[in-house]
Design a protein around this ligand. Structure first.
Ligand SMILES: [Zn+2]
Length: 378
């Protein structure tokens, strides 16, 4: 009898009869910003999702209740070993949904809607890279999407578990993506903003083609302090560029959170490499500011006559492994700079396209180091 009672209670709360997932392609109502910056709720058909209840499928699985160890030493952070990175490596998530008369799955609460929306956005992003740039599912690999993770750290002698908000992250080494808890400050939640998720996935593309999935390589043993800052900026600038390649909108970050740090990332930016060097206070985002100069240059080149985002995106991807060899060779130098990457990208183009690329790169990277480094661009 008590058993029956508890079952009845579950049914009362989650309308048992209508929650059976229909056979055939999974169609669900999700929310996502589109390229115009609108925020529609629409019915979509999933391609890779297989298990709606646990948000699991071909490209990724979602995990909840995870806790990262913020105090783990750097060697553990870059180990790629979840046992060293997490206090709790998370568990299966559960969505609550019902099926309407059109056989469409509808979420019953915000988290279920967010989880399905996030998964759908990643399906779109993965397909974008497969369709346009010849990535394969095998090369990308199945990844985890950590939903609302927490972090643990020691404060004095006490252990505190903290909920972080206002972010999404990519974790080199693990190869996984983190969508942090939504804040009431967000307009379009980060985890439903494809530009934000496209940026994070850009870090994954960079990780695959530049670092061959080795966190150790990105964090560069033996790298100078300057080299690491330059590489961070390059990584961020390229991630922004890759987000734009995908969604073709430069203002979507600010649709989630309209703050100066995001306004400064709308390309083309109002500064060049030289003016930023002269007065770093013209932009608030430290190494992101120079990354945005890179994004501005690639953006301008993509939109130039006879060029296209696809051409520049292809050149950028082909340049990455070659740029990786520059990184390996020069990372200990105090003068490591963006020109290694820019030269590599220009060299993937020929004739007039290369000339144009060099002209645009020299316009944006007009400080002395870059100009000297870019001298061989033409
Ligand atoms: Zn980033």
């Amino acid at each position: 009898m008590p058993h029956f009672l508890s079952l009845s209670l579950v049914c009362l709360l989650s309308s048992c009869g209508a929650s059976t997932i229909p056979a055939g392609p999974i169609r669900a109502r999700v929310v996502t910003a589109d390229a115009q910056g609108f925020y529609p709720n629409k019915v979509v058909e999933f391609k890779y999702l297989q298990d709606v209840r646990h948000v699991d499928g071909v490209i990724a699985v979602m995990r909840g209740q995870s806790v990262l160890n913020l105090d783990a030493p750097d060697s553990d952070q870059i180990s790629g070993d979840p046992n060293k990175i997490f206090v709790k490596n998370g568990s299966q998530v559960h969505t609550d949904t019902f099926v309407d008369q059109h056989n469409v799955i509808n979420a019953k609460n915000f988290d279920s809607l967010a989880m399905l929306s996030t998964y759908y956005a990643f399906e779109q992003i993965v397909d974008f890279w497969i369709t346009n740039y010849d990535f394969t599912l095998q090369e990308i690999g199945k990844f985890n999407i950590y939903y609302d993770p927490q972090v643990q750290t020691k404060v004095d002698s006490a252990t505190a578990t903290i909920t972080q908000r206002l972010n999404a992250s990519y974790f080199p080494g693990l190869g996984d993506l983190f969508v942090w808890k939504t804040s009431r400050l967000e307009d379009i939640p980060f985890k439903m903003n494809p530009a934000v998720l496209g940026h994070e996935f850009g870090h994954k593309i960079f990780d695959i083609r530049f670092a061959h999935k080795s966190a150790n390589f990105v964090y560069g043993q033996g790298a100078s302090v300057n080299s690491l800052i330059q590489l961070k900026g390059i990584n961020e600038g390229l991630a922004d560029f890759m987000s734009w390649l995908f969604i073709q909108n430069v203002t979507l970050f600010t649709r989630s959170l309209d703050v100066e740090a995001f306004q400064d990332r709308i390309v083309p930016v109002a500064w060049t490499s030289a003016s930023l060097l002269k007065d770093p206070s013209i932009c608030v985002g430290s190494f992101y500011c120079k990354g945005s100069v890179l994004n501005s240059a690639l953006h301008e080149l993509s939109l130039a006559q006879n060029m296209s985002p696809l051409k520049v995106g292809t050149a950028m991807l082909q340049a990455l492994p070659k740029f990786a060899s520059d990184w390996q060779r020069y990372l200990s130098s105090d003068n490591f700079d963006y020109f290694y990457l820019l030269n590599r990208i220009a060299n993937e183009l020929a004739g007039n396209e290369k000339t144009l690329a060099c002209t645009i790169f020299k316009k944006w990277f007009d400080d002395s180091i870059n100009q000297a480094g870019l001298a061989k661009c033409l």
